[in-house]
Design a protein around this ligand. Sequence first.
Ligand SMILES: *[C@@H]1O[C@H](CO)[C@@H](O)[C@H](O)[C@H]1NC(C)=O
Ligand SMILES: *[C@@H]1O[C@H](CO)[C@@H](O)[C@H](O)[C@H]1NC(C)=O
Ligand SMILES: *[C@@H]1O[C@H](CO)[C@@H](O)[C@H](O)[C@H]1NC(C)=O
Ligand SMILES: *[C@@H]1O[C@H](CO)[C@@H](O)[C@H](O)[C@H]1NC(C)=O
Ligand SMILES: *[C@@H]1O[C@H](CO)[C@@H](O)[C@H](O)[C@H]1NC(C)=O
Ligand SMILES: *[C@@H]1O[C@H](CO)[C@@H](O)[C@H](O)[C@H]1NC(C)=O
Ligand SMILES: *[C@@H]1O[C@H](CO)[C@@H](O)[C@H](O)[C@H]1NC(C)=O
Ligand SMILES: *[C@@H]1O[C@H](CO)[C@@H](O)[C@H](O)[C@H]1NC(C)=O
Length: 397
Amino acid sequence: MAPQTPRLTTTFALILSLLFLASTTCYAHNITRILAKHPAFSTFSHYLTVTHLAAEINRRQTITVLALDNAAMSSLLAKNLSVYTLRNVLSLHVLVDYFGAKKLHQITNGTTLTATMFQATGAAAGASGYVNITDLKAGKVAFGSEDNNGKLDAVYVKSVEEIPYNISILQISQALNSAEAEAPTAAPTLNLTAIMSKQGCKAFSDLLIASGAKSTFEENLDGGLTVFCPTDTVINGFIPKYKNLTNAQKVSLLLYHGIPVYQSLQMLKSNNGITNTLATDGANKYDFTVQSDGEDVTLETKVITAKITGTVKDEEPLIIYKIDKVLLPKELFKPAPAAAPKAAKAAATADGPKADAPTDDSEDQTVADDENGSISKMEGERFIMVLLSMCLGVILF
Ligand SMILES: *[C@@H]1O[C@H](CO)[C@@H](O)[C@H](O)[C@H]1NC(C)=O
Ligand SMILES: *[C@@H]1O[C@H](CO)[C@@H](O)[C@H](O)[C@H]1NC(C)=O
Ligand SMILES: *[C@@H]1O[C@H](CO)[C@@H](O)[C@H](O)[C@H]1NC(C)=O
Ligand SMILES: *[C@@H]1O[C@H](CO)[C@@H](O)[C@H](O)[C@H]1NC(C)=O
Ligand SMILES: *[C@@H]1O[C@H](CO)[C@@H](O)[C@H](O)[C@H]1NC(C)=O
Ligand SMILES: *[C@@H]1O[C@H](CO)[C@@H](O)[C@H](O)[C@H]1NC(C)=O
Ligand SMILES: *[C@@H]1O[C@H](CO)[C@@H](O)[C@H](O)[C@H]1NC(C)=O
Ligand SMILES: *[C@@H]1O[C@H](CO)[C@@H](O)[C@H](O)[C@H]1NC(C)=O
């Protein structure tokens, strides 16, 4: 075999991952990244993130965002709306159709009603949730919420960014007034344990309640929460080992199944890598690695690899996945041997609680090897440079 074969294989793998990354990194729009280039919209962008609308916008295609500059945002914020109400108001500013500056000035018959994300989420009643766009004389374009008694409050200012026909960001002069969108909204009542109990995650939910770990999960609900729930049969099979843990270890193990941010399946697929968990606490890393393999997403701890097998609930800011194994952190369980020759040696204790199984230095070394991944620092730099040139549409070899 030619000596350069492994290199070629690496290069080929590199190009494949490049193509994959390029497709997710360069083309999928990211409203936060786009607005970062426009400091006049920093407050607007900040609140799109706080209200979790940014993720919703990134997921959709063929949309128009009616952006408010910092001055218009401070008038809106002066109304002291709760974050849930603000979400409704801002979602009224996201049209589920594409309007570039050109189309805006060429509306058939000079006026149209268009649906918004507020309407699409079902939060709005009746005709509210629609925005009236009307071409006025002298090239002006006016906007008003349909439930605003025919008053068109805002006018088009300028085009901020247009990526036909994926996303268009147009500045309008002020926030659209809508009694419906501004009506006080209660925090969404997401009962974590009730949701899980009904969907094949009752055993896990019962452990959260019994151990007291439930409250930590609930405290993270507002800011975004991702839960990986081992299914009932998986938990039942794990109970003998679970019982062997101290109370503190039980809590850590359960918290290891949550991440304090909302991560859709698409986000997990495109953000492979090490992720912290609710159990992470300084030196106690309690992290695992997210990997995607085609359509599958796996979670790799140093001890086991679990696979996501389904979604129990996806209602931002909460998402709950089903997984096919209990995630065993290396902080509590002995890492599985990485290399085949070492398998026999460690087989007897692999999987068992770590307490009575002293760690062997040579195995730690094996783990460290894996940690560096298959792309070395040098290759990594080249990788980034090639990726950048692909984003610019130039490939120099
Ligand atoms: C629009 O989105 C689609 C699907 O993600 C993508 O294939 C296309 O390249 C995007 N268009 C532009 C101009 O970014
Ligand atoms: C969008 O861009 C922001 C800022 O660059 C980044 O923090 C965020 O992770 C990105 N979101 C996605 C889904 O890639
Ligand atoms: C909003 O809150 C601030 C401080 O809490 C208060 O001074 C102001 O009067 C409130 N405005 C409205 C419209 O309620
Ligand atoms: C434009 O107006 C004409 C005549 O009133 C009407 O027949 C047509 O349906 C209107 N088109 C749209 C898109 O509203
Ligand atoms: C939009 O609002 C204007 C002004 O109130 C009104 O004349 C027009 O009929 C409305 N357009 C539609 C499509 O409802
Ligand atoms: C959640 O649902 C459970 C029943 O499944 C109930 O006992 C509990 O009180 C509920 N919690 C909240 C905060 O409503
Ligand atoms: C529980 O711990 C004991 C003592 O350390 C050990 O003998 C036993 O095998 C463990 N049981 C399980 C299921 O890991
Ligand atoms: C992993 O990478 C670090 C920093 O690049 C390096 O210091 C270390 O020696 C590498 N470990 C292995 C096992 O290659």
